[in-house]
Design a protein around this ligand. Structure first.
Ligand SMILES: Nc1nc2c(c(=O)[nH]1)N[C@H]1C(S)=C(S)[C@@H](COP(=O)(O)O)O[C@H]1N2
Ligand SMILES: [Mo]
Length: 412
């Protein structure tokens, strides 16, 4: 009833905010959901960064001077083989699912953003500055995450540093906020305290929905986002993933009929370079360089592994049957017997952030890590990386280089 002549016109006066929904219980429910959810997002985000091998090579990690923030980095394991599929599927699906909760939580406390005086004391002033970092950092992380998934790497090269630094700012403010507020939030939940709080409108408008009803509405929004996103993590449900539009190319059906990220045409792979006469794999290591045709590779001992592709964007495929030469056998060909080193892999692709990648020694050593020539019993299709591609268990898709031209073994 804004037309009430006595109604305050400025958002800085408490009477301006009329919704009868605002109150400590409503905010506490949303805050508690975010406490759990954002913590999971932070942890899965940090491990995703570790999975990119940021200590290994500047090709994998474009973050300048991560300094102290990289203190926790560890060598990403190769098992269980679905590890990154799980952690990154959770990261992206949960992040999208939490959007309505985040927005509702911000809405529920928006009067406080305008409260005057800006600082009643030094402590109060500091708390409000931390809230700006919290709200700004939270919105920044959600917006950059969604843009990256939806618009296909809109920040080429710069998404990782932005999202990574932003995560630390956001989480530091989030942790401080949680320490200050969680005890009260839990009390509010236990006692369903509704009144006597600066969040409660002093002159509430007529309710159109109960607080419980409003929570159902937020939960319904989250459920809808979840239902239209989660399908991106399985081949069978992919059609239900309406909000995860990645991979525009229709993979068709048949053995190569699974999700494609960048097509051969997009990567400007010239078919003349991939033919049997033209293509040679150049492998370099301790004892020099060998050049192998595809027929020669196919004549080496071949092995099969059932592994998924799991992209940083959250989508993943079910396990596919890859067949090819073990990476550690290729290392042995150029003088690295027994204990293979890291490898630097380069594609025929000339441009683009993902034309090369570095793999750690533990990834090279795993017997399931292949330079694949076949998938699901057929030659790799051009779009899945013909003549040969890397496939490594538990690794982010970006390390599974397609159209491989050159492999250089040695400590990176
Ligand atoms: N040369 C090259 N290899 C690449 C890419 C690329 O753009 N170029 N994309 C990577 C990314 S980000 C993913 S998720 C996987 C996807 O593999 P797929 O298209 O076979 O599903 O390939 C990886 N290998
Ligand atoms: Mo990817």
């Amino acid at each position: 009833m804004r037309d009430d002549p006595r109604a305050p016109r400025l958002p800085t006066s408490p009477g301006f905010w009329r919704s009868p929904l605002r109150g400590p219980w409503f905010t506490s429910v949303l805050g508690t959901v975010l406490l759990a959810g954002v913590t999971v997002l932070f942890v899965t985000g940090l491990v995703s960064y570790a999975a990119y091998n940021p200590d290994l090579s500047p090709v994998n990690d474009k973050t300048p001077d991560k300094g102290l923030l990289g203190f926790y980095l560890f060598a990403w394991p190769t098992g269980p083989h679905w590890l990154y599929r799980l952690t990154q599927g959770v990261h992206v699906t949960l992040g999208i699912t939490l959007i309505p909760v985040l927005l509702a939580k911000l809405w529920s406390v928006v009067p406080r953003l305008f409260a005057l005086p800006p600082a009643r004391s030094l402590a109060h002033g500091l708390e409000r500055i931390s809230l700006l970092l919290l709200v700004g950092g939270g919105l920044f992380e959600f917006v950059t995450g969604v843009l990256n998934v939806q618009l296909d790497y809109v920040f080429p090269g710069s998404f990782y540093p932005l999202h990574f630094y932003g995560a630390w700012v956001f989480f530091a403010a989030f942790a401080a906020h949680a320490v200050l507020k969680a005890p009260m939030a839990f009390r509010n939940l236990r006692h369903r305290r509704e009144e006597k709080d600066d969040l409660v409108a002093p002159r509430p408008a007529e309710p159109t929905v109960s607080r419980r009803g409003a929570l159902w509405f937020v939960g319904g929004g989250s459920a809808l986002l979840f239902a239209t996103t989660v399908g991106q993590t399985s081949d069978a449900l992919r059609r239900t993933a309406l909000l995860a539009p990645h991979g525009g190319a229709d993979p068709g059906s048949g053995p190569n009929g699974f999700q494609i990220n960048k097509t051969a045409a997009y990567a400007r792979i010239d078919p003349a370079e991939t033919g049997a006469d033209a293509w040679r794999l150049v492998v370099t290591g301790r004892t020099g360089t060998v050049r192998l045709s595809r027929a020669q590779l196919a004549g080496l001992p071949l092995h099969s592994s059932a592994l998924p592709i799991a992209c940083v964007e959250g989508w993943s495929t079910s396990d596919q049957w890859w067949r090819g030469v073990r990476l550690r056998d290729l290392a042995a060909l150029v003088g690295h017997d027994g204990d293979p080193p890291d490898v630097f892999v380069e594609s025929l692709q000339r441009q683009g952030a993902f034309r090369s990648a570095a793999l750690r020694a533990n990834q090279v050593a795993d017997p399931r890590s292949l330079l694949a020539l076949y998938v699901n019993g057929e030659d790799l299709s051009p779009d899945h990386g013909h003549p040969a591609r890397i496939i490594v268990p538990a690794a982010p898709g970006v390390l599974n280089t397609k159209w491989v031209a050159r492999m250089t073994f040695g400590d990176l």
